[in-house]
Write a protein that binds this ligand. Structure first.
Ligand code: ARG
Ligand code: ZN
Length: 862
């Protein structure tokens, strides 16, 4: 059942053309697929064509117009003997979209019909060589009730449409660009559009439309703005222009992932489209901009150049994540965006990379590809390409990217093709760098500094801890760019610190670099901008960190220095109690930060953020997550107490701000909420009153949600009052009710598990809606108070969820397994309970392939 990368063979048959006909109905849609197939001269001859299927039945099979007889089924797949070199194959299938709860293939969502084909959903619609290296030109004809499905959309351009008898109508769409089946899409339903247009730099006028359910139009303005910004940015920065006359986006309430880049017809989870000030936070607005950009950028990095096989997933995802990160940075704050991206990488990808589900960004094998849409493939994949950009410089990187697109336009390419294009176009030698594609795990690098006061020489030594992996018996070092700066203490007044930045390349187990002219030992700022996605140990010197936390001119390193101090203190508190001296240093830094007028509030907000609990667990391993959570809150309380006056002043100052999406106004909301959180940890009762005022006066969701989050962790009757008010106020908005679920499941509250059980029994909770399931249970799984409750009740609850969800939606069910898979990083008593939960899952009589793979790997028994 395991698929291996090394087993790749080119397809025996190509399918240059596909004609699909859909006779649409909610419970019975008839699909006729007419495929022109042709032997692939590049592949070994095969006497049969293998058409992959998944849970579908062929009602009729025809070859060149006559009924075919010699075919048979092998499991889910249809095997059809073909002696000739070319043929026209017609296959009829009948689907029940309303019964498709997996949300893969063709399904119904709130009365509308839609598709999700990546990675292997097309085979749930029609028998097909459903692999990304088979590219076809699609023509799609849909017909159905005009009342039920007034809007009919597919990829490309609408070439024909009209009325039929009996209240029915039809539309024909044609996509001139050959594409793999995973990029096919169809949408039919009662939808309204926010329309706009964009003219490309070469003068093509593109009609843009964002389709939503009637009543949701007002929430599409930000997504539309983001789309137009993304189209312009991709022209300016990557030289990429849009290539069709229409670009449609549809928002769907039931969706397994964030969004999908189907050619000319992107399909989105509503949460990445709909936003209004009263219902969406600033973070929601940012996520929409990022995801709209991401899917749009796939038009080149993914669609025009696609993947040869699914092992190459990072070719499109890593690159496209980097592109969306650079886009968001350009639209907002570069510094803050980098800090956010690194925080996500560390909180989500580092734990994955140090656990049983670790895999290289280009995996060598998989059982179920859906399990590989991971933080490693996406976010570490983006870091790896970012490193190429850092080593090449922006201009050379652009040359490499241009060459990649020029060489492989219209092809299904590999990661190796990308690396080669970067070597040739950007003039890089990436021989050793390729190891990033082969090796899993976060590299460890330690740095030491030697200073010779007689010569003024400074020597930096970097040593990598090496590990062997895969077929490779000999451990080899990673190649990485290391940005550093040396601050001369005797140089200037603190605050005006600017040192020259150096780009070092680490390419051996041990690398040494010498710098001259330092009378005193300088302060080293290393891995600036997080130039390499590694764990960097620097021989401990807390005074150095304290200095950098206030004065480093690299925003990431300033943030990072403070995070390190805070992490040390949380870990110390959990293990042996607070360190008075370090606490004083920390509150001094906070006090300094709150008053520092060299930074804006968006950056100040970052510096007021304590390390995420998942990072603390990862650092402390084997961890007692509840002790860490308690210690984290205690440290927040200490800061809240020591800086109470300043924090209250911040809260008051920012109350004057008028709502807008400007950086100033967003920054005000960010520091305002962080001030509230710190004050709430210090004095729950006083902060509850402050939170109530913030809640009641709020004219936007950032303020209102922040107040509710603050009060959700406080034991007060106000808590229930505000939660109830929120539920009533937003009862008609599913996305906001998701927040309401998540806030309660994520709260540090003694009865949180009981509350989660109660929430799961509500009428508006359904296992069929992934957003709702994730809102409740991802928040629970990320909340130590709930998930790591000492009896193991949290693990039990998650295991029961996985079992209940698996038959309904295996892909989403499998996403909950990794939380249990972290058992090796947890203290022995809980660790054993986590394993017990996994073992019970493993012993279950029915498990999907998705969940089975994650459970077996998590236990280490695969
Ligand atoms: N390609 C999509 C993206 O933009 C993700 C789709 C993955 N879907 C899935 N069912 N595995 O990242
Ligand atoms: Zn993507």
């Amino acid at each position: 059942l395991t698929v291996h990368r090394k087993d790749y063979r080119p397809p025996a048959w190509l399918v240059p053309e596909v004609h699909l006909t859909f006779d649409l109905a909610l419970t019975c849609t008839c699909v006729t697929a007419l495929m022109t197939v042709r032997r692939n001269p590049q592949a070994a001859r095969e006497e049969c064509i293998c058409l992959l299927g998944d849970g579908i039945v062929a009602e009729t099979v025809m070859v060149d117009g006559g009924i075919a007889t010699g075919w048979h089924m092998e499991g889910d797949d249809l095997i059809l003997p073909l002696a000739q070199d070319d043929a026209q194959i017609t296959i009829l299938t009948r689907l029940d979209p309303a019964a498709n709860t997996q949300l893969m293939g063709f399904y119904a969502s709130q009365g509308m019909l839609c598709t999700q084909c990546e990675a292997q959903g097309f085979r749930r619609i029609s028998f097909f060589p459903d692999r990304p290296d088979v590219l076809s030109t699609y023509t799609v004809r849909m017909e159905g009730s005009a009342a039920q499905f007034p809007v009919l959309l597919s990829n490309g351009n609408c070439v024909q449409s009209g009325a039929l008898d009996n209240g029915r109508h039809f539309a024909v769409w044609h996509d001139p660009w050959p594409k793999p089946s995973y990029l096919f899409a169809l949408v039919a339903g009662r939808l309204v559009a926010n329309r706009d247009d964009f003219t490309t730099r070469s003068g093509r006028k593109v009609d843009l439309a964002i389709w939503v359910r009637p009543g949701d139009e007002a929430g599409t303005a930000h997504a539309m703005q983001s789309l137009k910004h993304a189209m312009a940015w991709d022209e300016q920065v990557f030289g990429r222009e849009y290539d069709l006359d229409v670009f449609n986006i549809v928002a769907v309430s039931d969706f397994n992932m964030g969004a999908m880049e189907n050619k000319g017809l992107n399909i989105f989870n509503t949460r990445y489209i709909l936003a209004e000030p009263d219902t969406a936070t600033d973070a929601d607005y940012d996520a929409i901009e990022g995801v709209v950009g991401h899917e749009y950028f796939h038009n080149w990095s993914g669609n025009r150049v696609t993947c040869r096989d699914w092992f190459q997933l990072s070719l499109k995802e890593g690159f496209t994540v980097l592109r969306d990160q650079l886009f968001s940075a350009a639209m907002g704050s570069d510094a803050v965006k980098r800090i956010e991206d690194v925080r996500i990488l560390r909180a989500a990808q580092f734990p994955e990379d140090s656990g049983p589900l670790a895999h290289p960004i280009r995996p060598d094998s998989y059982q179920e590809i859906s399990n590989f849409y991971t933080a490693t493939v996406y976010n570490k994949g983006a870091e790896v390409i970012r490193m190429m950009r850092t080593m090449a410089g922006e201009d050379a990187f652009r040359k490499g990217s241009d060459l990649y697109f020029a060489r492989h336009d219209g092809e299904a390419a590999t990661c190796e093709d990308f690396i080669s294009a970067m070597e040739d176009g950007a003039g890089l030698d990436l021989a050793g760098f390729r190891r990033w594609y082969e090796q899993s795990g976060t590299p460890h690098v330690s740095m030491t500094m030697k200073h010779d006061s007689s010569t003024g020489a400074v020597t930096l030594t970097f040593v990598q801890r090496l590990s062997a992996s895969g077929d490779d018996q000999v451990p080899r070092p990673m190649v990485m760019p290391m940005k550093i700066a040396l601050f001369d203490r005797s140089d200037s007044a603190p605050g005006e610190f600017r040192a020259q930045e150096h780009l070092l390349i680490l390419d051996a187990r041990e690398c040494r670099f010498r710098f001259d002219g330092f009378g005193e030992a300088p302060m080293v700022s290393a891995n600036r901008g997080f130039s390499a996605p590694i764990n960097l140990d620097i021989a401990h010197d807390e005074s150095r960190l304290q200095f950098l936390a206030m004065h480093d001119d690299d925003p990431f390193c300033r943030y990072e220095a403070l995070q390190q101090i805070l992490t040390t203190e949380v870990l110390a508190t959990a293990a042996q109690g607070a360190d008075t001296q370090r606490r004083r240093a920390i509150t001094d830094i906070f006090s300094f930060t709150l008053a520092d007028d060299r930074i804006d509030d968006l950056m100040r907000g970052e510096l007021m953020t304590l390390p995420p609990i998942s990072v603390l667990i990862e650092t402390a391993a084997p961890a007692d997550p509840v002790a860490l959570q308690t210690a984290r809150i205690a440290l927040q309380a200490a800061i809240g107490t020591a800086c109470a006056d300043q924090l209250s002043a911040v809260h008051t100052r920012t109350a004057q701000h008028r709502y807008s999406l400007d950086a100033g106004s967003r920054g005000a909301r960010k520091v305002r909420n962080h001030a509230l959180f710190l004050l709430a940890a210090a004095d729950g009762d006083a902060a509850a009153r402050l939170a109530q005022r913030q809640y009641e006066n709020a004219d936007n969701m950032t303020d209102r949600q922040g107040a509710l989050v603050a009060i959700a962790g406080v034991q007060t009757s106000l808590r229930d009052t505000l939660l109830e008010d929120f539920a009533q106020r937003y009862r008609d908005n599913a996305l906001v009710i998701d927040k309401w679920y998540a806030i309660q499941a994520g709260a540090h509250h003694p009865h949180v598990l009981d509350q989660v059980s109660k929430l799961a029994k509500r009428d508006d909770f359904s296992l069929r809606n992934p957003n709702r399931v994730r809102a409740l249970y991802m928040a629970m799984a990320g909340n130590p108070t709930a998930f790591h409750e000492a009896s193991g009740a949290g693990y039990e609850m998650l295991a029961r969820l996985i079992l209940a969800l698996d038959p309904i939606n295996p892909q989403t069910a499998a996403r909950f397994v990794p939380s249990l898979g972290r058992w090796r990083r947890i203290e022995p008593a809980r660790s054993a309970l986590m394993r017990d939960a996994l073992k019970r899952l493993a012993a279950s009589s029915y498990l999907s392939r998705d969940v089975r793979e994650q459970v077996d790997k998590s236990l280490g028994t695969d």
